[in-house]
Design a protein. Structure first.
Length: 171
């Protein structure tokens, strides 16, 4: 980053980019996790690829790297409460993560049963991007639980959360 660009300006501009807010499900063996994520987007049509950028220090990064699979779980805009609970590693009890019901997807990764829609992905490629790794996932399964909510999925601006911009304390 150029010293000529004030961090405050850069943050304001980058935080203005619309980002979906979702839960990433990951699993390797007996270790399961869910993580709040805002850096997810489709990047190709053939094959159908989505990209999820995950902090290199996150449990989710390790689980995706080790298993080669992950899920993207979209939530309705009016229910952003789950995202606060998944800002730290999740606790699995039975078939729940942090009290939210899950099922094992076809890849073995957790799918949140309350999600409005979900994607299951196998890692097509992992790209190192400084503080984060970009996982390019090939979509191998998908589903919709709520047709109306799919058009109105949660976005980061639906909360008071801020993620991105320049690195600052606590991020």
């Amino acid at each position: 980053m150029s010293d000529a660009v004030p961090a405050e300006t850069l943050n304001k501009v980058l935080w203005a980019i619309p980002n979906v807010l979702c839960l990433i499900g990951s699993r390797h063996g007996d270790e399961w996790n869910g993580m709040t994520q805002s850096w997810v987007t489709q990047v190709a049509m053939e094959p159908v690829l989505v990209a999820a950028s995950v902090d290199v220090t996150a449990v989710t990064n390790r689980l995706i790297t080790d298993s080669g699979v992950f899920t993207v779980n979209l939530w309705p805009r009016e229910d952003t409460r789950p995202f606060v609970k998944f800002s730290k590693p999740a606790t699995k009890e039975g078939m729940t993560l942090n009290g939210r019901p899950i099922r094992e997807g076809s890849t073995g990764a957790p799918v949140f049963t309350e999600a409005a829609a979900w994607l299951e992905c196998t890692v097509w490629q992992k790209v190192a991007c400084g503080t984060h790794d970009l996982f390019l996932g090939e979509v191998v399964d998908a589903g919709i639980a709520d047709d109306e909510a799919v058009g109105l999925v949660a976005r980061i601006e639906d909360t008071r959360m801020k993620y991105g911009g320049v690195k600052r304390g606590g991020q």
